[in-house]
Design a protein around this ligand. Sequence first.
Ligand SMILES: [Zn+2]
Length: 417
Amino acid sequence: MANQVTRTHVASIRNHQQVCDDLDSLGFAASKLWNVARWTCDRIWDETGTIPNDGVLKAYLKNHERYADLNAQSSQAILEELVEAFDSWYTLRGNGDENANPPGYRKHGDEHPRSTVTFKEDGFKHDSDHNQIRLSKGRNLKDGRQDFILCEYDADPDVAIKNVQQVRTVWTDTEWELHIVCNVEIDDPDPPGDRVAGIDLGICNFAAVAVGDDALLYPGGALKEDEYYFQKERAKCDDSDSQKARRLDRKRDERRTHFFHAVSKDIVAECAARNVGKIAVGDLTGIREDADWGDHGNLDLHGWAFDRFTEMLEYKAAEHGISVERVDERDTSTSCASCGTTEGSHRVERGLYVCEECGLVANAEVNGAENIRQKVLPTLACDGGDRDNGWMAQPAVRLFDKSTGRVAPQEQVRRKS
Ligand SMILES: [Zn+2]
């Protein structure tokens, strides 16, 4: 059965340098309109004792000068966002949350932050043949009637971007990116089988996958080399805010995104081939607060990177009918996946997890992945121990091949280089 869902694709902007100033102007204008609306809410509150709904707010402001800085639908979206923020503050306060604050002004001293701008059907034109999106400006910012912003984008190479419903320009602190919201018809395919896979995400090995009798390992070497290279190049820039530095940051993000796409695609394909219907992936929330994080290879890979990877995994898996569940990672690296012992009786040596209780010798990350897998395993599937755990020490290694941009078995990638 076909199923309609919306899916948001994050795309980088290839001609960033050309469109950056224009996008800045819109982002600043959005903050100014937000502030005007915020102030108006205060005034209406003072007069009437209530916060206006978005219909009232739009009627109030549609002739305001700032309203015409953006496409009318983009301006409306800002007001809707503000009213929603008031609503959720109301709800929190109603639930007794004393610390909840009403939405604030978007201002740092005399500076305005770059707000997200939303473009609805009147506000953009998508050219899927050339990976281009045309974004419209408001009357005030237009240089002549035909003025618009033409963005060339790079999105997931494995996905056709079509049926675009909405585009958002989002400032990431270093660059603008496009969030492209598409309507997608998915066939709701049957899952390839009822087996469960567990994934442990890390740094040295970017991902370890356990399927119960078989394991895969995705080393993070290519990613680490990139990080090292870009860190070194960036250190050579005198001005960390220069165009060159920004270009390096963008290039690094692009490469990282590409790596994520290649690995998530390969994991999904390998899982499908093993009749996996559900993937459990470790939720790294705990690790982010871990003081040891800095020792994991001096890598500037924050939680958002793992979140983004997990999102990719989710929508790529969905296309195969495979569901993805995020599970708490607690204890998954310390307990033994074979006998379940949690404390004291294990050691980790050269990447191997050795259990002194039952004698298990496993790749440490595969042991973690197997623990994650077991967290979502239906209890019926327990086969009562006494099984061969040799596979946990011998994961098949799959490498990112820089020359093809794809992941392949280690033997194939090595042979070529
Ligand atoms: Zn054990």
